[in-house]
Design a protein around this ligand. Structure first.
Ligand code: EPU
Length: 429
């Protein structure tokens, strides 16, 4: 078992660099199935979800060569469809993109039911609605999603009932090689949607409107390979910003797109942090008291749900009462129980948490119940008095590249340990 041990109470100072965005990397890696040429993808985060996506491609017959820690060459010339191992795809949500990619390339797909963080029910009805609008027949058989378009996909009009990142990505991937024109209405507008469209267009696709709620795709015969660099991860950057807000200190965060961070920056400034922009870096400092704030998560450009647990951890340390409302997921509050162990004062009613700031959190053994919940535990541990032991860190490593190393460089007293039982903790190699 591995844990992260934190001795809290140290302000963070220094500089760190942000890695490529997980939620852009996953669709781009899987969309490389659409071309029979080689793709070189740069600035990948070294995280377990990316390793898993690459492992899935390998198991399907693709050539996958790491050129360095963050660059991969993918060759899908000999890839076959319908053969991705259930035990791999069922570990993450991003594997749903295999359906769009296999349908686009082979006119048929067979993919195990996707896993991912547990936020309550995570339906895929909008994905299915989109594929059907492109002429596919979709069934669920023995835990697999099976889609067929024997005569190939044809362009269609898709209107999503809710704003969904996953279905927007999936239908975009499927429509690129479909015959004719596709219009996706009520599309998600997240920066990773734009990044995927840029990747596909670099490969020869014809997509316009990504980043707005209407995306238009003119089907092309074929895509070619390309070299593409993934955008920086705004959620990784936001997580370090939240950590500095919680502990106090001053940190320069490089390789960011400040525009993507605007809503997070505005909220942290409302809470008492100061943020300076300088080209592709920002500097965040928090020297005075933390102030209460209300947060409601919404699709982009609203406040990101993937920053919700981290912000709740910060608000535990603010003066006054804050309200955090979750606008995307049915249940993203499983982290609250863990924060209560650290002395937080939080009540949850439906999709709303009321957080009464406390003088100090106190270190405790807690669990990373999902990826961003794990990040929230680290933030709470950094701000708390005493020692926090975070277990379940596999969830954190799904989405954060070298988080222990980066926090250590900022002066945090944090280390990863292996332990064979509760009484024996051995420092990580
Ligand atoms: N929804 C449906 N039907 C569908 C699809 C979605 O009702 O067919 C609903 C969901 O239940 C949810 C809402 O639509 O209420 C939004 O879901 P969305 O499809 O946007 O989420 P996702 O694609 O499954 C991605 C990220 C999540 C992030 C959400 C929202 C990836 C791999 N995952 O999930 O990221 O929370 O968008 O921004 O891109 C994370 O990185 O920690 C993470 C969980």
């Amino acid at each position: 078992m591995e844990k992260i041990i934190i001795e809290g109470g140290t302000p963070l100072y220094g500089e760190i660099e942000i890695n490529g965005m997980k939620n852009a990397a996953l669709p781009i890696i899987l969309a490389s199935i659409l071309t029979e040429d080689k793709c070189v993808i740069e600035h990948l985060p070294a995280i377990s979800d990316v390793s898993l996506a690459l492992e899935i491609l390998r198991s399907m017959g693709a050539g996958v060569k790491m050129l360095n820690r963050t660059t991969v060459e993918i060759d899908t010339t000999h890839i076959r469809g319908g053969n991705s191992p259930y035990d791999l795809v069922s570990k993450m949500r991003g594997s749903t993109y295999l359906i769009g990619a296999e349908l686009g390339r082979f006119g048929a797909a067979r993919v195990g039911w996707p896993g991912g963080c547990d936020f309550g029910v995570r339906p895929i009805d909008q994905h299915i609605k989109g594929f059907e609008a492109l002429g596919a027949e979709v069934d669920i058989e023995n835990g697999y999603i099976v889609a067929n378009a024997p005569d190939g996909l044809r362009g269609g009009q898709v209107y999503f009932d809710c704003v969904t990142v996953g279905a927007t990505v999936n239908v975009m991937i499927a429509a690129v090689l479909a015959k004719g024109n596709t219009v996706i209405d009520n599309a998600a507008r997240e920066p990773h949607i734009v990044d995927l469209a840029n990747f596909l267009n670099t490969c020869g696709a014809k997509i316009t409107g990504a980043g707005t709620s209407v995306i238009r795709i003119s089907g092309v015969e074929k895509l070619h390979g390309c070299t593409y660099t993934i955008i920086p991860d705004m959620i990784e950057a936001g997580t370090y910003m939240a950590a500095v807000a919680a502990t106090g200190g001053r940190v320069r965060i490089t390789n960011v797109i400040p525009k993507h961070l605007e809503i997070i920056s505005a909220k942290l400034e409302e809470m008492g942090a100061t943020i300076e922009e300088d080209g592709d870096s920002i500097t965040i400092s928090r020297l005075g008291d933390l102030r209460r704030a209300n947060i409601k998560t919404l699709p982009y450009p609203g406040f990101p749900t993937d920053m919700h647990p981290q912000m709740s951890a910060v608000l535990c340390c603010a003066k006054g009462t804050s309200i955090v409302s979750e606008g995307i997921w049915e249940n993203r509050f499983r982290y609250v129980d863990e924060l209560l162990k650290m002395g937080a004062d939080i009540t949850v009613d439906g999709r709303t948490a009321t957080i009464q700031g406390v003088e100090r959190l106190s270190g405790a053994p807690v669990r990373a119940v999902d990826l961003r919940a794990g990040a929230a535990m680290l933030i709470a541990g950094l701000a708390a008095e005493g020692r926090t032991e975070v277990s379940g860190i596999g969830s954190i490593e799904r989405g954060y590249d070298d988080i222990v190393g980066k926090l250590t460089r900022l002066g945090a007293n944090v280390k990863k340990v292996y332990c064979s039982d509760e009484n024996e903790l051995r420092e990580a190699q």
